[in-house]
Design a protein around this ligand. Sequence first.
Ligand SMILES: [Zn+2]
Length: 333
Amino acid sequence: MAKRAPPVAGPVEEIRIANRATYWPVAPVDLLVAAPLVARVLFRASPMGRRIVQAVTLGAYLGSVARDWRDRRKIRRIVFLREFGADLRHLVPMPREAREREVAVLAARLNDELVLERIPRREAAVAIERHLTDYVAGITGQRVRTSAEVRGFALVGLALPFALGACDVLSGDVAIFRDVGLLEPHIIAHEFSHRRGYWNELDAQVLAYQALVASGEPAFAQSALFERLYRNLRVLAGGDEAEFQRRLATAALRPELREPLGSLRPPAGRIAGRVDAGMRRVYDARMRVTGQNGISDYDEGFTNFLYTFETSATARQAPPPAGALHRRAPASP
Ligand SMILES: [Zn+2]
């Protein structure tokens, strides 16, 4: 039986992050972009009118951001290295054979346990927010509640053709750009992890995975395992799309599982392909300047983290059984 850290002593404290901007009918960043246009319609050529509309929009946005920032200051953050035996700087690279074994195990499990029932997005988002709250509270003793709003459209999606969803770091606003079927619960959980202040991509990947496999909800656990399979396949393919498709074919997944992964290919056409590659490079650079390892945190970092955690002899947390694929290393003598 793996040890589990005792819950933090004292009553569980509840913190609510207002996330007011996430309840606006339009994505807050889009509204900032659209404000000058709206003003032109309302006030014609009046420069004063335009400035007022812009100032009001910006004021509401910054007001929401400031409120969230104040709310988040009370959060006790998870110390990943202590709790999981791994963090951005402490990752054991998974041997290639172990990665290939993970793919085989995950494919077999997903085939056997396939859940096709889709929970509607709104309902899923509310449940996922609660599961994340529960999972994090089990570690920090603090229940951090956030908004469970998700939008289906934001202009930023047009600029990030490879992204499936995004979270505005300032307002916590979350948008899901594409219907990715069975992967959706994981994407929502990832973006909601950002919303509660875990800005690093690796941290968001890990918290989403653990909260979903611990949720007891088969459709959510499936989504997390599916993400892990997808990320392993990406690492094994080494950025080669044809190799990814070949590995996907040999993974012998049921069509309901194979098709959504097969459709996650980069945009077709030379220009779209170049825009995609260019945006990936910009995004990778942005991640590096914010102290992350780069875009590889989504797949290589994420899968190495899970491997490190599951085999760690020092982690205070035990991996939720529904999501663990490795045995913990014996305690050092
Ligand atoms: Zn993210």
